[in-house]
Design a protein around this ligand. Structure first.
Ligand SMILES: *[C@@H]1O[C@H](CO)[C@@H](O)[C@H](O)[C@H]1NC(C)=O
Ligand SMILES: *[C@@H]1O[C@H](CO)[C@@H](O)[C@H](O)[C@H]1NC(C)=O
Ligand SMILES: *[C@@H]1O[C@H](CO)[C@@H](O)[C@H](O)[C@H]1NC(C)=O
Ligand SMILES: *[C@@H]1O[C@H](CO)[C@@H](O)[C@H](O)[C@H]1NC(C)=O
Ligand SMILES: *[C@@H]1O[C@H](CO)[C@@H](O)[C@H](O)[C@H]1NC(C)=O
Length: 744
């Protein structure tokens, strides 16, 4: 730095001198030649001498001069000493060189730079002089790995004489040390070491007391050793992170100081990694004396069961990882995850049988009220909707739920009714093909952002698959690697793809058709963009609807027909009359030519109806004048004479038929008389009213002949009564349409 500055000053001076010279050539010529000449010489000398040292040594790779990287890497067995490095180097990495014997001067070249990090990896070092590190005043990180010839006791001496003003990290990995001397850090009375990593050695037994001089220790890693026993006592209480993974623990170490009323030895420990050990069981005392624990990693242990209330002593526990337990996990107690702080729980690849009775779906998460992330990939999920619902119903805070590879062959309709906060749902690599009611499955997931359903057996996506509100507020949707049917049933989906703003993950590459056969392996995208001749409405639906409508109509008609066939008959009767009237027949003697509009034939039993119902309706309401023998016949004359006389005076004839009528011989005689009339004027002369259906046993030949001669009206009360009267009146008013034979 100061050299650069010095050189620049010289240049500035020379330039000034030169400008002075130009302005004033002759007088100062000698001044320039004397003073400037010396300066130029110094400049050149400095440049030449220091240009040499900036060169990167052979076998080494230096970073560009002005980059932020200050690390040099030297490799090669032919490098047998530590060379001199450019001054911008702060980190030296000796990797696979041959340093064999490091004497007290071997590190001299390192004192010429500001060395902050020294990495010695696989340099065949068998000895390091105790005073080697003493002169490296800026050293903050010492990293020694794969130096299997280096005895730990030799290093211990080196460390004890090293300067510790800046030393923060000590990393000794894969050095095949099988033991750590108890006085490893004995000379560390005042130090700033925060991180110690001694992974990949073969320690079997560790007494943490040896770390006690490291009073600032924050993180200790003893991963990848063969530790079976660890005595935590004496570990600096400042410890926050402890890595004990990949060892041979069979039980969880004891964290309590039994001398001091079971207080914690590691009262600030936040992170504990015990993964890939040989821990077979977790007891409810396993995690006592870890009052500040936040994150616990227990992956890869052969844990067979999880007891009740194991985390109740860890009020800050945030995350628990219990994944990759092989096939060992067989039982989870009812209140195993009772923890009001637990936010993230990872049970993936445990192959746990949630489809069996080895847990209680109602309680498993009911006391994990803060659970936000739940990973259940590669387990056997419940086989029934109700168990799913029980399991997930208390997780109102859940944001991420992973159920991939859960052997699900259905999507539970009401399996997730309470997951209102859910943002990410992963259902990849299951076995479900369709779910009829997307609304029931997803409706309450109003916060959902990412939905992953790749690698299932989904054939068709249509408007019933997802509630539109949920679907359109998604950020991403993964439906890749499903066996799509490229048929008209897919029309909705292919159209949706074209217009949506939702990110369809891995589209179009991993969306292929599997059906029909001729489109096997075709891209769904290609099908989506092809011209499709799909009926706007599925023909099957049309067919079904027509069928059901017809069925409904038929049933209605039959019911109606059964209920009111009289009305129908009357209705047909009325229609026929109206129709004929429109045709306009030859009209003959009309009503005006007669005194009476109609002659009423009835038997005595029906007199009441005729007088109280028929007469008022026809005469009073309609003004049609009727001839009734009880009223109009002249007294004294014989009945037959009366009948003949008044029949002549009447235009039409009304016959009121009933069982009584059929039984009465007198009435039968009257029928004979009026039949004669029909022969003359045609059947339109008659209005036959069936007051009550005539039983077959009362049916006589004359009656049958009368009924066969023309249609009859049936009397009806209630619904259809108006129809009856309309038809009766219409018949009475109807002109005669056929030429009476007698007048021809
Ligand atoms: C220091 O480096 C120089 C040049 O790279 C080398 O010749 C010398 O041997 C080194 N000194 C030591 C003590 O290794
Ligand atoms: C390393 O250097 C020593 C001498 O310093 C030599 O005897 C040995 O053969 C060298 N090893 C290799 C692998 O080059
Ligand atoms: C859950 O843990 C709390 C302490 O955090 C305890 O009081 C409660 O009894 C436990 N619940 C059950 C059901 O065991
Ligand atoms: C629940 O989890 C959140 C983080 O998701 C955390 O901030 C909060 O403190 C937790 N609640 C309890 C009671 O521990
Ligand atoms: C889920 O949604 C349905 C319909 O939107 C609603 O009736 C029901 O109360 C919701 N369930 C919960 C737990 O909020």
């Amino acid at each position: 730095m100061w050299l650069d500055l010095f050189k620049r000053l010289i240049v500035i001076y020379l330039l000034q001198d030169l400008s002075y010279l130009v302005r004033n050539i002759t007088p100062t010529m000698h001044v320039y030649t004397n003073c400037s000449y010396i300066l130029v010489l110094i400049y050149v000398l400095i440049t030449i001498t220091f240009a040499k040292s900036i060169k990167c040594p052979n076998n080494c790779k230096c970073p560009p001069k002005h980059s932020n990287n200050h690390e040099v890497v030297c490799t090669g067995r032919d490098l047998r000493y530590i060379p001199l490095f450019p001054e911008n180097i702060h980190d030296v990495r000796m990797n696979g060189t041959n340093l064999t014997y490091i004497d007290e001067h071997s590190f001299d070249n390192l004192t010429k730079i500001i060395l902050k990090k020294l990495y010695l990896n696989d340099n065949l070092i068998s000895y390091i002089h105790p005073m080697s590190l003493a002169k490296l005043k800026f050293l903050a990180q010492l990293y020694i790995s794969d130096e299997t010839r280096l005895n730990v006791d030799v290093l211990k001496k080196v460390l004890s004489f090293s300067t510790k003003q800046k030393l923060k990290r000590l990393i000794f990995e894969q050095n095949s040390w099988c033991d750590l001397p108890i006085d490893m850090f004995s000379n560390f009375s005042s130090n700033k070491v925060m991180k110690v990593r001694m992974t990949g050695n073969t320690f079997a037994d560790i007494k943490c007391f040896l770390f006690s001089p490291l009073t600032k220790l924050f993180e200790l890693s003893l991963s990848n050793n063969r530790i079976e026993n660890i005595n935590i006592f004496g570990i600096p209480s400042t410890i926050r992170r402890l890595h004990l993974d990949n060892n041979m623990f069979q039980t969880i170490p004891d964290w309590c100081d039994h001398g001091k009323e079971d207080t914690s030895v590691v009262e600030y420990l936040k992170y504990l990694d015990l993964s890939y050990n040989n821990i077979g069981s977790i007891l409810n005392t396993s995690f006592v004396c870890l009052p500040k624990l936040k994150k616990l990693v227990l992956n890869g242990n052969p844990i067979a069961g999880i007891n009740n209330n194991i985390f109740v002593n860890n009020p800050f526990l945030y995350s628990v990882q219990l994944s990759k337990l092989g096939n060992n996990l067989k039982k989870i107690d009812d209140f195993a995850f009772n923890s009001s702080s637990l936010s993230s729980l990872n049970l993936q690849e445990t192959n746990f049988h949630f489809d069996q009775d080895n847990f209680n779906p109602n309680t498993i998460f009911s006391f994990s009220t803060n659970l936000t992330f739940l990973y259940l990939e590669n387990t056997y999920l419940p086989k029934t909707e109700i168990r799913m619902q029980q399991m997930f119903s208390s997780l109102i805070k859940l944001k991420v739920l992973s159920l991939s590879s859960g052997r699900l062959n259905f999507l539970p309709k009401n399996g997730f009714p309470y997951l209102k906060s859910l943002e990410i749902l992963r259902l990849n690599a299951n076995k479900f093909s369709s779910w009829n009611d997307g609304n029931a499955v997803f409706r309450n997931m109003t916060s959902l952002k990412k939905l992953h359903m790749a690698n299932n057996f989904i054939r068709i996506i249509d408007e019933t698959s997802f509630p539109l509100k949920v679907l359109n507020s998604l950020e991403e949707l993964d439906l890749s690697r499903n066996p799509y049917a490229c048929t008209c049933d897919q029309l909705w989906f292919t159209e949706w793809i074209k217009t949506t703003t939702v990110k369809l993950i891995k589209y179009p590459l991993f969306y292929t058709c599997r059906q029909p056969n001729e489109l096997d392996n075709e891209r769904l995208q290609k099908y989506a963009e092809s011209k499709k001749e799909c009926p706007p409405w599925n023909q099957l639906y049309t067919f079904a609807i027509v069928l059901s409508c017809t069925g409904f109509l038929l049933i209605t008609m039959i019911t109606l027909g059964m209920k009111c066939h009289t009305n129908i008959k009357n209705c047909i009767y009325l229609q026929r009359i109206k129709h004929k009237r429109r045709e306009g027949y030859f009209e003959l003697p009309e009503a005006d030519d007669f005194e009476y509009h109609a002659f009423v034939v009835y038997c005595d039993a029906d007199r009441k109806w005729v007088h109280q119902t028929f007469l008022p309706k026809i005469e009073q309401n309609e003004g049609i004048k009727l001839c009734i023998h009880h009223r109009n016949f002249e007294v004294g004359e014989s009945i037959t004479a009366n009948i003949n006389k008044y029949l002549e005076k009447s235009w039409k004839v009304v016959v009121i038929l009933s069982n009584e009528f059929a039984k009465s011989e007198w009435c039968q005689w009257e029928v004979d008389v009026v039949q004669e009339r029909r022969r003359r004027y045609g059947r339109d002369v008659f209005l036959l009213i069936m007051l009550k259906t005539i039983d077959s046993k009362h049916m006589t030949n004359q009656l049958r002949a009368l009924l066969d001669s023309g249609p009859s009206l049936r009397y009806q009360t209630g619904v259809g009564e108006d129809l009856f009267w309309a038809a009766a009146i219409e018949t009475l008013r109807k002109p005669l349409n056929h030429l009476p034979t007698a007048l021809l």
